[in-house]
Design a protein around this ligand. Structure first.
Ligand code: FCB
Length: 459
């Protein structure tokens, strides 16, 4: 047995997002978001389920924060619903919406749980989608206004601000694959959306810094996957490298190097003149904290049918799978080493200067398990414990090799509404009975609590 120990100041948290947990979709003056519209259109979500009530966190936040305390979390990453604060996306502020986040933040601080506030987790105000959504450049400026308003109200207590959760997913799942709201399938719209989401990060960073009432850290959270070719054939390797450019470098390069790989692709060349205006890339590169969401790897084979990358994802044999993905713990190590090596430990090619090193954190990592209560009321989710142990071991391995990871947020605190999968995929350390809203800490939650308490674990 060996004990893996983490640094004393290591950040241990859980993550969640507004639409997935809050419910209260039309209460206290909240305006509709694109997710409200999307779920209310039959055929988009498994069993036509909705987040109208979700796990009722809007009304049960005190009980939920008490559970965080019981787990011993020192941090909580949550998102703020833009249309709860600004029902039309811009203009009149809904004070009742801000009040909810006031109460939540105060409750967290009461227990010394550091709030990590994320300003956008997929739920664009519907009114802004009506004006074109993220493919419309104007949305980026409105996002910065919203960020400034929220920072003005909450930055006396919130020190860490994440602008976006997974801008790549917002753009590609929402505007290209159409699996997420607003359900559009248009490759050009998706690339426009991605650029404007990144631009809005830079603009919001400036706005938050301008209105902050104390020194703050500005971060962003990215979905990143190590990409591997299925074989050593040149065409598979080239396809993997294109996939990596579109999946990972399309967000990492602008944020960390001030360049973009998009122009390597025909669609990027076509769009770049009108899309990427002079000064945009400099604005985007404005970061104190890089959040990494890791779930799985992407194994690629050459496939000319697939647009842009001419490669498609295949599911390799040999590993365990969950309800959504292949389970590949080494990937979190490979990703951390790659990011460190490509962006921080060597002189980046980019626009010359070496990237300022932001704090690195895992801001999401977790697994869906079809959990249920056993006869005695316990949830014995062995698979999640194994998943946690294996992934934390790989994070520690990367740290041993010099990558300064500062924290780990588990996805998620509680079972919740998993987007197009509805309530069918349970990711929580806390089991939720969706009918009664009763919460039960799973065995994995107890295991994680012990890790936090001991700042490590035996393996
Ligand atoms: C991430 C999302 C999060 C959740 C997990 C499973 O991509 O950020 O909301 O859906 O996947």
């Amino acid at each position: 047995m060996q004990k893996l120990t983490f640094p004393n100041e290591f950040v241990w948290g859980c993550a969640a997002s507004a639409y997935q947990v809050e419910g209260a979709w039309n209460e206290d003056g909240k305006g509709p978001s694109i997710w409200d519209t999307f779920v209310h259109t039959p055929g988009h979500i498994v069993n036509n389920e909705t987040g109208d009530i979700a796990v009722d966190h809007y009304h049960r936040y005190q009980e939920d924060v008490a559970l965080m305390k019981e787990l011993g979390l020192n941090s909580y990453r949550f998102s703020i619903s833009w249309s709860r604060v600004l029902p039309n996306g811009a203009g009149k502020i809904n004070q009742a919406g801000l009040d909810f986040y006031d109460r939540l933040v105060d409750e967290l601080l009461k227990y010394n749980i550091e709030p990590y506030a994320c300003l956008f987790h997929y739920d664009l105000p519907q009114k802004l989608q009506d004006k074109g959504g993220w493919p419309n450049r104007e949305t980026a400026y409105l996002f910065a206004d919203y960020a400034g308003i929220v920072a003005e109200h909450l930055s006396d207590r919130i020190k860490v601000w994440m602008t976006h959760n997974e801008p790549w997913v917002s753009a590609m799942a929402g505007y290209f694959a159409g699996e997420h709201a607003p359900g559009i399938k248009d490759v050009q719209a998706a690339f426009k959306a991605l650029h404007h989401l990144l631009l809005s990060h830079g603009l919001a960073a400036e706005a938050i810094r301008a209105s902050a009432r104390q020194p703050v850290k500005i971060g962003i959270t990215l979905n990143l996957n190590p990409v591997q070719p299925i074989s050593s054939a040149k065409k598979d390797k080239d396809a993997a490298s294109r996939m990596d450019a579109v999946l990972n470098r399309s967000t990492l390069d602008p944020l960390l190097k001030g360049t973009t790989p998009i122009q390597e692709f025909a669609i990027g060349k076509m769009l770049s003149g009108s899309l990427i205006k002079s000064g945009d890339l400099e604005k985007i590169r404005n970061l104190d904290l890089l959040g990494i969401n890791y779930y799985t790897r992407t194994v690629v084979k050459y496939d000319p049918k697939f647009p842009v990358v001419a490669g498609s994802q295949i599911q390799p044999e040999g590993n365990e799978y969950s309800g959504m993905w292949e389970i590949y713990p080494e990937g979190i190590y490979e990703l951390l080493i790659r990011i460190w090596k490509d962006y921080f430990s060597e002189q980046p090619s980019g626009n010359g200067s070496k990237a300022r090193i932001p704090d690195l954190m895992i801001t999401e990592n977790g697994v869906p398990v079809p959990d249920g209560l056993d006869f005695d009321g316990r949830v014995r989710d062995e698979r999640r414990i194994r998943y946690l142990r294996d992934h934390l071991t790989q994070v520690h391995r990367a740290m041993d090799e010099g990558v300064p990871v500062k924290g780990y947020f588990h996805w998620s605190l509680m079972d919740n509404f998993e987007w197009a999968h509805g309530f069918g995929q349970r990711f929580g350390l806390i089991y939720v009975d969706f009918k009664t809203q009763t919460r039960t800490i799973k065995d994995s939650g107890r295991w994680f609590a012990k890790v936090i308490q001991e700042n490590g674990f035996e393996c």
